[in-house]
Ligand binder design. Structure first.
Ligand SMILES: *Cc1c(COP(=O)(O)O)cnc(C)c1O
Length: 428
């Protein structure tokens, strides 16, 4: 595969941006490689400026559950753009999207639209602290909740990929208010609450974790978190920015039947445009300005373009049980990849949750960050590069999750499986 133009484009971009990119993992430095520069996308495929095409399982890191340039979304956006792109004043679209979100996530009784998952989690933490009048929060090692200071402590995803579990620039004081505990270990949570439970404002968690690779919650783990937070008067925040609309349409809270106090959504909710939301119990959310004193605002929050893409995406998802269909496709691909690895005598773990899936080069199930970090990243790198070379676009790190869309075809899936078979053979 020729990536000459992309290599030139990266050199040019590096003059103006760190790594030549606007988000670190895009640089492909984790796999000692150069990223293809994308020219356009259509359905399940993306096309680079060198003329190569790829079956896309990154999907803009999750949002594009309907694939690229879905005709209904393109139409809706075209109609809205002609009417103006932002007013900084209320529109009917904001209530329309909020109503749809509330229908799918009934626990989000009252909510705010923001522009990124980072803003959603940062604001939810502020609300939790303002509501409880407590300062400490608990987060889990390997969970990523965006890059705001108090959450950028032992974060997964790009931070893990680059071996920077906590970032320079996050002050000691801030980090001290963030208690980090291993995922899937309820006794660690009990110990923390027994030590300083009356100082803890909230637990924030990816109820299905997608930023240390895909890691599922153990049986009764989420229920345990619900019980202990209730007992100590702390809030339970589900960060469903990635797993919302994927694990099940109504997210992990629907699948595992746990009602959090606050929920953060992002990625899919904006249908490929910058949009996210946080919300939850009405008695908590009424403390947000102007109903209450907890301040949070945004010039472009709830802008009509993002609202339009979000509304159209959620409407399409609600039609004919699309989530179940995408999940079935994901299972088919995961089964195929598992079989391909077996044939090549390579041991992998292939966790799946709805339309999310992952590959770990590990001989045992991965249940937390340490186990994810212990998987064989060298083998993954080789596997990834071989897939890319043959037109299959996976995320360039074992700490990331892969995604299926509604528009991936049977042919895409069988091609992916046969390409994986060759890639596994090549690892021997
Ligand atoms: C992507 C992600 C975020 C951050 O969202 P951005 O829009 O990138 O700021 C937060 N939490 C989780 C679980 C995510 O996957």
């Amino acid at each position: 595969m020729n990536l000459k133009k992309s290599a030139q484009a990266l050199a040019e971009a590096k003059k103006f941006m760190p790594g030549g990119v606007n988000s670190p993992v895009r640089s492909f430095s984790s796999v000692n490689s150069n990223p293809p520069f994308i020219s356009h996308g259509l359905g399940s495929h993306i096309f680079d400026i060198d003329g190569n095409s790829y079956v896309d399982y990154v999907l803009s890191w999750g949002p594009l559950v309907l694939g690229h340039a879905h005709p209904r979304i393109v139409d809706a956006l075209n109609r809205q753009i002609a009417r103006g792109t932002s007013f900084g004043a209320p529109t009917l679209l904001e209530t329309q999207l909020a109503r749809l979100v509330n229908q799918i996530f009934p626990s989000m009784q009252v909510m705010r639209m923001v522009n990124s998952g980072t803003e959603a989690t940062m604001s939810a933490i502020r609300v939790a602290r303002g509501f409880t009048h407590r300062e400490k929060i608990i987060k889990f090692v390997g969970c990523y909740h965006g890059h705001s200071d108090s959450l950028l402590v032992k974060a997964g995803s790009g931070a893990a990929t680059f071996g920077e579990p906590s970032s320079p620039g996050v002050t000691q004081k801030t980090a001290q208010d963030t208690i980090t505990l291993p995922y899937n270990d309820i006794s660690a949570v009990e110990n923390a609450f027994n030590q300083c439970g009356e100082q803890i404002a909230a637990i924030i968690i990816e109820p299905v974790a997608g930023n240390m690779g895909l890691v599922l919650p153990k049986e009764n783990y989420l229920r345990g978190l619900r019980e202990i937070t209730k007992k100590f008067g702390a809030l339970l925040i589900f960060d469903e920015v990635m797993c919302g609309f994927r694990v099940s349409l109504g997210g992990a809270q629907e699948k595992y039947k746990i009602t959090p106090d606050l929920t953060c959504l992002g990625k899919i909710i904006g249908g490929g445009l910058p949009c996210a939301a946080y919300g939850g119990r009405e008695d908590i959310m009424r403390n947000v300005s102007p109903d209450g004193k907890i301040y949070q605002a945004g010039t472009l929050s709830g802008n009509p373009i993002a609202m339009t893409a979000g509304i159209e995406t959620l409407k399409i998802l609600l039609e004919d049980n699309l989530t179940e269909k995408i999940t079935a496709k994901t299972s088919k691909l995961v089964e195929g990849i598992k079989k391909a690895a077996q044939i090549a005598n390579v041991t992998i773990q292939t966790p799946q949750a709805g339309s999310m899936f992952g590959i770990f080069f590990s001989d045992k199930e991965v249940t937390n960050y340490d186990e994810s970090a212990a998987a064989n990243h060298e083998l993954f790198k080789k596997f990834f590069l071989s897939m890319l070379e043959n037109g299959i676009y996976f995320a360039p790190s074992q700490f990331e999750t892969l995604f299926m869309s509604a528009v991936h075809t049977d042919e895409d899936i069988s091609r992916t499986i046969s390409t994986a078979e060759k890639a596994f053979e090549g690892l021997k």
